[in-house]
Design a protein around this ligand. Structure first.
Ligand SMILES: Nc1ncnc2c1ncn2[C@@H]1O[C@H](COP(=O)(O)OP(=O)(O)O)[C@@H](O)[C@H]1O
Ligand SMILES: [Mg+2]
Length: 201
């Protein structure tokens, strides 16, 4: 079993304190929903967990190890996939930079082969988000942090994307932290809901 832990994590932007003594733990067989109001620091925590913010106090570990370069076993999926894709790369290259999933996984996500030849601007938000989820599902990933990843999608696409993500994550023993301001979504999808306010001082 893999365990992700955040211990005594505190962080602020300058003097603006955002997280104060946060403690959180989950394992790779769990799908946990993290709820917090808008502006409460959810995205900030996501960046800390996945190594995009490094100047925080406390510790983030996977199986007791801090991330020290190399592939990060904790991967972030953003709300806006287009912002983290090179607009000049075709989708095949965007995906392959991480890895190339087999047919079964591509089918699970409803990825069409013709999309591989297109640029990010030539796909819909939902189609792009499928690619960004697949990128994050690299076999070296142990935990996925999904930060409001379906907020901008229509209801049908939202359901499809979550079903695909959870199917593949469970099959491969990847833990999922679903971060959202939407309690109904969290209730529907996750095993357990955690309040950001309850895991900080
Ligand atoms: N790069 C930044 N510099 C300064 N303040 C920031 C920055 N990013 C976010 N904040 C502030 O930190 C607080 C928490 O933001 P965020 O983590 O994005 O919250 P959430 O994702 O829960 O809506 C907000 O008040 C936001 O304005
Ligand atoms: Mg946010």
């Amino acid at each position: 079993m893999d365990v992700m832990k955040a211990e005594k994590v505190s962080f602020g932007y300058g003097s603006h304190k955002i997280l104060q003594n946060l403690n959180f733990e989950m394992n790779n067989n769990q799908v946990i929903g993290l709820f917090g109001d808008s502006g409460s620091g959810k995205s900030t925590l996501c960046k800390i967990l996945t190594g995009f913010i490094t100047d925080y106090e406390g510790e983030v570990t996977v199986n007791g190890q801090k991330h020290n370069g190399g592939y990060n076993p904790i991967q972030l999926i953003y709300q806006h996939p287009e912002k983290v894709m090179n607009p000049r790369w075709k989708m095949k290259d965007v995906l392959e930079e991480s890895w190339m999933p087999d047919e079964k996984i591509l089918n699970e996500f409803g990825i069409k082969k013709e999309w591989f030849k297109r640029y990010p601007s030539e796909l819909s938000g939902g189609e792009l988000q499928r690619f960004s989820i697949l990128r994050a599902l690299n076999p070296k990933t142990k935990f996925i942090i999904a930060d409001e990843i379906s907020t901008m999608l229509d209801a049908v696409t939202q359901v499809q994307i979550w079903e695909s993500l959870l199917t593949v994550a469970r099959e491969n023993n990847v833990g999922v932290l679903l971060v959202s301001h939407d309690k109904r979504l969290i209730n529907r999808i996750s095993d357990e809901m955690v309040y950001l306010s309850d895991i900080t001082d």
